[in-house]
Ligand binder design. Structure first.
Ligand code: U2V
Ligand code: MN
Length: 243
């Protein structure tokens, strides 16, 4: 039996090819899985569970088909789809997980997260994140009419694109010291996350002094190809070597 991990599909209306890759994964691989974990930035943006579109309907149906077969599908929100909530989960059978979630993965103590919380050097982003994760702000935002939320979202996305162009690349990667501290705190061997779009397997030191290591597995973003991490009792592998 295999457990799958995917993240950073950034599903949106303008990239139907990625949606097709997801639908293919959910009809060919997921039904044979022990579990499926979606580790955030699943949608390119998300302004509330009341939003609807053919894309959202199609994706909901695909998830529901799998969860109704008794295959658990878990979701950790990303920096783009942190407003995906209980209603979406109820409609699809998705199980929402907190920002950090520890599991036993075939005998390996493993921590799952999206990865944006590990990018502590990006102070302006962390400030933005802290604000929009405040419950009262989310409640207020979700009370706004959908059209107004869409308008605000477009503005913020444009600003994000601008920031991404101007920020030095290294601050948008995980902070090694903070990541090691999290690994130590949760007492884990494996850390699986997405967000940086840099598919890789890193062997990291828990602390500068100690020789204790942990393995950091980074999921890639989806584009022409999917990035799917498959784990079973023999170990783990990515579906495709990146071109
Ligand atoms: O890699 C890096 C950097 C990576 C880039 C980080 N940037 C990034 O994620 N940007 C971003 C994420 C989500 C969207 S959105 O369109 O989905 N949407 C916007 C409006 N959202 C909102 C919510 C609340 Cl509660 C309150 C408000 C308020 F108050 F502003 F109205 C707005 C809900 C979500 C738009 C852009 N660093 O390491
Ligand atoms: Mn992300």
């Amino acid at each position: 039996m295999t457990t799958y991990f995917i993240a950073d599909l950034h599903l949106n209306e303008h990239q139907p090819g990625i949606t097709d890759l997801f639908l293919q994964f959910m009809s060919e691989k997921a039904p044979l899985a022990e579990a499926v974990y979606i580790l955030g930035d699943f949608f390119d943006f998300w302004i509330g569970d009341d939003e609807n579109s053919p894309l959202i309907e199609q994706v909901k149906q695909a998830i529901q088909n799998v969860t109704q077969q008794g295959i658990p599908c878990y979701f950790i929100c990303g920096n783009r789809d942190f407003l995906l909530g209980k209603r979406f989960a109820k409609e699809t059978g998705l199980i929402l997980l907190p920002d950090y979630h520890k599991i036993d993965l075939y005998g390996h103590s493993t921590l799952l997260c999206h990865g944006d919380t590990l990018c502590t050097d990006d102070v302006t982003y962390q400030r933005f994140r802290q604000k929009v994760h405040q419950k009262w702000r989310q409640t207020l935002f979700l009370l706004l009419p959908l059209r107004l939320r869409l308008h605000i979202a477009q503005k913020i996305r444009a600003k994000s694109r601008q920031d991404k162009r101007t920020k030095p690349a290294e601050i948008m990667d995980v902070n090694p010291q903070f990541t090691a501290q999290i690994a130590e705190q949760y007492q884990i061997e494996w850390l699986i996350h997405g967000h940086t779009h840099k598919q890789a397997v890193h062997s990291c030191q828990k602390f500068a002094t100690s020789d204790r290591l942990f393995t950091r597995i980074v999921l890639g973003d989806w584009g022409k190809t999917a990035s799917i991490l498959a784990v079973d009792k023999q170990g783990f592998q990515f579906n495709l070597e990146r071109e």
